[in-house]
Design a protein around this ligand. Structure first.
Ligand code: MN
Length: 217
C-alpha cells in the first residue's frame, strides 16, 4: 500500500524544480489507467515537459522561482515555458490526485462543493462536461478562486488556472488530463469512458488538503 503525504503547495520551502517520483506502480491504477499508458505518460511525456522546461529555465531566475509564481507572470514568458512548465506542473498535480483505492469524499470538501456548485452531482456533471467539451488537448479542473469559491473550468494544451493568460483564474485542486496520450491506448476515441473511470481513482484526501491550503493562502 502507498501513503501519499506530500502534494503541490503543501507549504514546504521551494528547493528547486524536481522531477517527482511516481509513488505507485505503473499498473496500480488498472483497470482505469493501464500500465503501458501510465509508463509512457510518466517516463516520456511528463519527463519531456520537465526536461524542456529546465532547458528553457537554465541560467534564468526561473530556476529559483516556484512554478506558481512563474504562472502568475505567464504572459511575460515564452510559449516554450508556458507549454513545458505547464506540462511539468500539471502532471505533478495529476499523479498526486490519483488513488489506488476508491475513496469517499471528505465531508468538509463535499459540503464546500455543495455550497459553491449546487450539489455533488452538479459538480460531477460540470466537471465531466468540461472534460468532454475540451476540443483537442487540454485539462479539466476544480479550482478555488481568489474569494475562496470553488469553480470548474477547462484549459487548452498545458495551460492551467494559475496562469495569468487563462480566462478563469484560481488555484487548481483537482485536474484531469484529457490529452489523447492520457487514454488512447486503452480507450481509443472513447474519452467519455476514461472520464467516467476517473471518478473511481480520485484521491479526495489530497484534493481536500489542497483545498485547505488554497483557502489559507
Ligand atoms: Mn499528459
Amino acid at each position: 500500500s502507498v501513503t501519499k503525504t506530500a502534494f503541490a503547495g503543501d507549504g514546504k520551502a521551494f528547493e528547486g524544480h524536481k522531477f517527482p517520483e511516481l509513488k505507485y506502480a505503473f499498473n496500480a491504477l488498472e483497470p482505469y489507467i493501464d500500465a503501458q499508458t501510465m509508463e509512457i505518460h510518466y517516463t516520456r511525456h511528463h519527463k519531456a515537459y520537465y526536461t524542456n522546461f529546465m532547458t528553457a529555465a537554465e541560467g534564468t531566475e526561473m530556476l529559483k522561482t516556484p512554478m506558481e509564481q512563474i504562472f502568475a507572470n505567464m504572459s511575460k514568458h515564452s510559449a516554450t515555458v508556458r507549454n513545458n512548465g505547464g506540462g511539468f506542473y500539471n502532471h505533478n498535480l495529476f499523479w498526486e490526485n490519483l488513488s489506488l483505492v476508491k475513496q469517499e469524499i471528505p465531508t468538509g470538501l463535499k459540503a464546500a462543493i455543495e455550497k459553491d456548485l449546487g450539489s455533488f452531482d452538479a459538480f460531477k456533471e460540470a466537471f465531466t462536461k468540461a472534460a468532454m467539451t475540451r476540443f483537442g488537448s487540454g485539462w479539466a479542473w476544480l479550482s478555488v478562486d481568489k474569494n475562496g469559491k470553488l469553480f470548474v473550468s477547462s484549459t487548452a494544451n498545458q495551460d492551467n488556472p494559475l496562469m495569468d493568460v487563462v480566462e478563469a483564474q484560481g488555484t487548481p485542486i483537482l485536474g484531469l488530463d484529457v490529452w489523447e496520450h492520457a487514454y488512447y491506448l486503452k480507450y481509443q476515441n472513447k474519452r467519455a469512458d476514461y472520464v467516467t473511470g476517473f471518478w473511481s481513482i480520485i484521491d479526495w484526501n489530497v484534493v481536500e488538503a489542497r483545498y485547505k491550503a488554497a483557502l489559507a493562502k
